[in-house]
Design a protein around this ligand. Sequence first.
Ligand SMILES: NC(=O)c1ccc[n+]([C@@H]2O[C@H](COP(=O)([O-])OP(=O)(O)OC[C@H]3O[C@@H](n4cnc5c(N)ncnc54)[C@H](O)[C@@H]3O)[C@@H](O)[C@H]2O)c1
Length: 262
Amino acid sequence: MNSERFLGKVAVITGAANGIGLAAADRFAREGADIVAVDLHGVSFENVAKKVKENGRHILTVEADVSRQADWANVINQALETFGRIDILINNAGIFGLISRFEEIPVDSFDQVMNVNVRGMFLGMQAVIPTMRSQGGGHIVNVSSISGERGSARGTAYVTSKHAVNGLTQCAALDVIRDGIYINAVAPAPTDTDMVRLLENSASSRLNVDKEAARKMLEDSLVIGRYGKPEEIVSAMAFLCSAEASFMTGAIVPVDGGALAR
Ligand SMILES: NC(=O)c1ccc[n+]([C@@H]2O[C@H](COP(=O)([O-])OP(=O)(O)OC[C@H]3O[C@@H](n4cnc5c(N)ncnc54)[C@H](O)[C@@H]3O)[C@@H](O)[C@H]2O)c1
């Protein structure tokens, strides 16, 4: 896809150094957007900077923990100082947390997942909305999961956080659509990034099989028989941020190879 539909636009992408966020930076830059890449202190921005520059676009990298309000203020200030506007927010940063039985989850681990996945997305939306409103509109995509619609015995904190992301998406969308701000979520099934390595490692030790066997088993368990590719998740994000999606807001869009159809 080499359209210029985001030319002149600025996209803030959290968790942009790896996985789905990295693919999003590549895609939005390829379609013309300048990128504000947000990720944790100490994480390498080298790959994302390379991809954005290869697409001929500008990148600003900002170290921030999305669960901290002060860090968001810094992201917005730097983005506006550098590019003068913010048109798109891809609220993507997320963590899985511990994979364990319900009663064994330490409360600190539960809090950490909720802080990053829920508080982080809440703060991100609160931070960008005033700028988008003053510009006459904008697009926000929150990254939920099929875990936002289904339970899972060993993923309580993650599942709970993604159910909350869906609620956040709907509430915020209803409140700001008359300001021209569109807010939707994508709900991916397991996608081939570092996050699924956690699931594979856990399955491998629980079932006493090697990592390749664990991966095959997990992929076989999906309706479509394979993980999603980050690029496939990002296609839906780009659509939701485009004029093609002008009658969509508050939607939770499965990008899941059929997982939620079952
Ligand atoms: N990979 C999957 O199977 C899958 C499936 C459904 C949904 N998702 C969601 O997609 C999103 C991206 O996940 P991914 O698979 O690309 O994972 P990933 O682990 O490959 O990348 C996540 C990125 O977020 C960053 N990050 C983590 N905590 C942060 C914080 N507090 N502040 C700023 N950055 C932070 C990490 O440093 C990393 O670069 C997450 O919200 C995840 O829940 C992933």
